[in-house]
Design a protein around this ligand. Structure first.
Ligand code: PLP
Length: 378
């Protein structure tokens, strides 16, 4: 027996399609904007999660005027859509200086640096003014100056001061190790430690003669779990617009806040294994996975289309394997019986930023197709 009639979109979806619940996304955006306002901090959300000028308008509706991006291309795209204060929160790629130069002169542009040689290179070659942010590693261990490396910090600050077109704005960190925390208390502890380390860096810079140092943080777990963010000056979370299973795992969101789901046609049933095969694999979901308590990998959790969106995620129904286009769904018997080949399953993604990037566009529950910025050819 096939699933009962569900949503009007059901009949329209023929291939893996990223469904977006606009009400949930708008609520997520408004909630974070309100928290930033209450905390008295500037809200500079990361737009790499959605990469869409249309969705960026929802941020504008929530009073947002500043944004973060992760590439020069993305800066060009949002500048072309009227965003005039953009930080590229990725270490400067010196091979892209000509592209940086060609960004609209009217837009305020922030760049991240972490070594004096890069600063001198930028200072010597850029003909436009830019804001400079020093990237600090507060414990994540990805990139940035170690928070206690005062010598390197001061050498970068002095290098910036030597170039007329470069203006030091402050220090920036992404405490991405919050994603490995096991509960909200652990996220909050990492957040507090990270902020304290940035305050320490700020003091070091001020003692070295820098007059004003803005402190900017950004990770969705920390900014979602800690209500009062007033001990920094700026926040840059991005994922919170959609949330996902990874955020649910650390306690940053509930099921009701997850705003995207991959609609995936069922293409095969395997009764002996109680598994369904969906058209929805690694090229759609990404290979980011969580570990289930029994040790299996989880690439997403299953929900069903309903007249008002999608159901709560179904207990025990997970994507436990992906190859390029196939997804393997472990289906508890009631779900297995109910679903026929040709039906749709919805997959709540593990990491919505990667799923959105893979899918390159959205279909809203209202039936609107929302494109993403076009990807540049290699
Ligand atoms: N800022 C920087 C530098 C980042 O690298 C990221 C994400 O990787 C963010 C902000 C946004 O963090 P999140 O994805 O946790 O919202």
């Amino acid at each position: 027996m096939s699933a009962p009639p569900t949503h009007p979109l059901d009949q329209l979806i023929t291939r893996p399609t990223l469904l977006l619940d606009p009400d949930r996304a708008r609520r997520n955006i408004e909630r974070m904007a309100a928290r930033a306002r209450r905390s008295g901090v500037r809200f500079r959300p990361h737009f790499k999660t959605h990469q869409s000028a249309r969705i960026a308008e929802w941020f504008r509706d929530a009073g947002v005027e500043h944004c973060t991006v992760s590439s020069v291309e993305m800066a060009a795209y949002f500048a072309a859509h009227g965003w005039t204060d953009i930080t590229i929160a990725f270490p400067v790629n010196l091979r892209e200086i000509p592209r940086i130069e060609s960004l609209p002169g009217g837009a305020r542009l922030g760049l991240l640096v972490e070594d004096p040689a890069t600063v001198h290179n930028l200072g010597a070659r850029l003909t436009r003014p830019v804001d400079i942010w020093i990237k600090i590693d507060t414990g994540y261990g990805r990139t940035g100056i170690a928070w206690h490396d005062r010598d390197r910090l001061e050498s970068v600050a002095h290098a910036v001061a030597g170039h007329e077109r470069l203006t030091l704005q402050g220090v920036i960190a992404h405490a991405g190790h919050t994603y490995a925390a096991d509960d909200p208390g652990a996220v909050a502890a990492i957040h507090r430690e990270s902020v304290a380390r940035l305050q320490h860096v700020r003091r070091d810079l001020m003692e070295a003669g820098v007059e004003r140092v803005i402190v900017s943080i950004g990770d969705t777990p920390g900014c979602s779990i800690v209500d009062d963010l007033s001990d920094v000056d700026e926040i840059r979370p991005g994922n919170f617009a959609f949330y996902d299973l990874m955020q649910r795992r650390v306690g940053a969101c509930g099921n009701e806040e997850i705003a995207v789901a991959l609609a995936s046609p069922v293409v095969a049933k395997h009764p002996a294994r109680s598994e369904l095969v969906i058209y929805g694999g690694a090229v759609h979901l990404s290979k980011d996975a969580l570990r289930l308590p029994d040790g299996r990998a989880c690439f997403g959790q299953i929900a069903l289309l309903e007249s008002r969106g999608w159901s709560a995620p179904i207990d025990g129904a997970y994507v436990t394997g992906v190859s390029q286009e196939h997804g393997i769904v472990a289906a508890p018997p009631p779900l297995f019986e109910r679903i026929a080949v040709g039906d749709l399953l919805l997959v709540l993604p593990v990491h919505s930023c990667l799923t959105a990037d893979a899918m390159q566009g959205y279909l809203t529950l209202d039936g609107e197709r929302i494109p993403m910025m076009p990807k540049a050819a290699a």
